[in-house]
Design a binder for this molecule. Structure first.
Ligand code: AMP
Length: 428
């Protein structure tokens, strides 16, 4: 027997109930995004490797260890996208979107790739939805994105969502902080893992983000003591806006996010009560912040920008934890058939129901009437149309009321009209 294959490690198939969750989240995200004035964007699944190396940061885990990077046959260095912000900024610059009315607001819902150790809630291919606002911004935009995501979680039934928030200052105010942090890390280097020791000089911030170096945070300097007046004022206003729209938050002075391009306000969403499998750290649902310097790194001038991304698989976990009940749309009509002529007539009838926007279902591949009726019951159809051999020959159908069990024969040509009438009567 030929070998049976499995999906690649850390990558999973999405179908059945899981697909229903995906569909639900996508629907809620797209609807809310449109209300808040976001347009959809699709970028290629891979980019020039430098789009990520330069922006996410050469010395981040994502770039150092987790990127699916390879050479194409033409010799280009490319990488499967590990995140969505840098490609969108690349597209913004490439298509001169700064010439359009600002800000430009994009949303997305798509898969990403990181070569991580797979475990519950951590995959090598995972999905995120996200929002980016580029070209104009300010504290109110940060607060509105947080509120938008908060609303989405609420609509998806995720309970006890908490926002942890911090301000990382801009490039300038970070200089003093870097110096103080480096000094502290040098003094306490015995508390650092090998990676953080190596990165200490060029990128000391990573130590605050490292899951292995939790102890280092205890007495570390805090960035909020180093940020300039303007960053402090911006941060204060963001918090005031959040209070205004009723989003609860916790200040976390050590929150710095795992990517280098963030400046100013940064935040992460948590559903309280969920822990990561082995590290005991809370499992983040998503996160974001300002990234005013990103466009410069990609060869353009500095542009105000802000955005956030949320993990779809983690949102599903949180929905399940919160006891969210997935309501599947009930077909109002089910068509059951017996014999070849009945099958033909059923196909036409199915199209007629569809054209009249009446939710209809079938199981044409099944020949036994008994199993088709069982399926109609399981799906919760209100009316079942039965076309047996005899009915097909007479050009009639049987309408069965699934609640009362009453049956009646009607002309095939009258079926949709009759069903509409009965559904209306049932509604009233
Ligand atoms: P990040 O871009 O790392 O801030 O990730 C944003 C969100 O995407 C996280 O909070 C998670 O919900 C989700 N996420 C990131 N990496 C993974 C992964 N390997 N597997 C599943 N979800 C992930």
């Amino acid at each position: 027997m030929p070998k049976k294959f499995q999906s690649p490690g850390g990558m999973h198939d999405v179908f059945g109930r899981e697909y229903d969750y995906f569909e639900k989240i996508r629907e809620v995200v797209c609807r809310n995004a449109r209300i808040y004035g976001f347009e959809g964007i699709e970028t290629p699944i891979m980019e020039d490797k430098r789009v990520f190396a330069r922006t996410v940061g050469e010395q981040t885990d994502i770039v150092e260890k987790e990127m699916y990077a390879f050479k194409t046959k033409g010799g280009d260095d490319v990488a499967l996208r590990p995140e969505g912000t840098a490609p969108i900024m690349r597209a913004y610059i490439e298509h001169s979107l700064y010439t359009k009315p600002q800000p430009v607001k994009f949303f997305y819902f798509k898969p990403f790739f990181r070569y991580e150790r797979s475990q519950a809630g951590r995959y090598r291919q995972f999905w995120q939805f996200g929002f980016e606002v580029i070209g104009k911004g300010g504290p109110v935009v940060d607060a509105q994105i947080i509120k938008l995501i908060h609303n989405i979680f609420k609509e998806l039934g995720v309970k006890n969502v908490m926002v942890e928030i911090n301000n990382m200052g801009d490039e300038k105010c970070r200089e003093d902080f870097h110096a103080a942090l480096k000094k502290y890390l040098k003094k306490e280097s015995n508390l650092l893992c090998a990676d953080c020791k190596r990165r200490m000089k060029k990128n000391p911030l990573r130590a605050l983000d490292c899951k292995k170096c939790v102890k280092i945070k205890e007495n570390a300097p805090q960035i909020l003591d180093y940020i300039c007046k303007k960053c402090k004022e911006d941060f204060k206003r963001t918090l005031e806006f959040l209070e205004e729209v009723g989003v609860p938050y916790d200040l976390n002075p050590f929150l710095i996010r795992g990517l280098d391009y963030y400046t100013g306000t940064v935040y992460e969403f948590f559903a309280s009560g969920k822990e990561e499998e082995d590290e005991g750290a809370p499992l983040a649902l998503g996160g974001g912040g300002r990234y005013d310097g990103l466009s410069e790194v990609l060869g353009d001038e500095a542009r105000p920008a802000t955005g956030a991304a949320v993990g779809v698989e983690r949102t599903i976990l949180a929905m399940k934890e919160s006891g969210f009940k997935m309501e599947k749309e009930r077909p109002q009509v089910f068509i059951a058939q017996l014999g070849d002529l009945a099958k033909k007539k059923s196909l036409t009838l199915f199209e007629e129901f569809k054209n009249n926007n009446i939710p209809v279902s079938e199981s044409f591949a099944q020949d036994s009437l008994k199993s088709q009726m069982a399926r109609a019951g399981k799906l919760g159809a209100t009316i079942t149309i039965i076309i047996g051999k005899e009915e097909a020959a007479e050009d009639m159908v049987i309408l069965r009321d699934m609640d009362s069990g009453q049956q009646e024969k009607v002309q095939t040509s009258e079926t949709v009209k009759e069903v509409k009438k009965r559904l209306k009567e049932k509604k009233n």
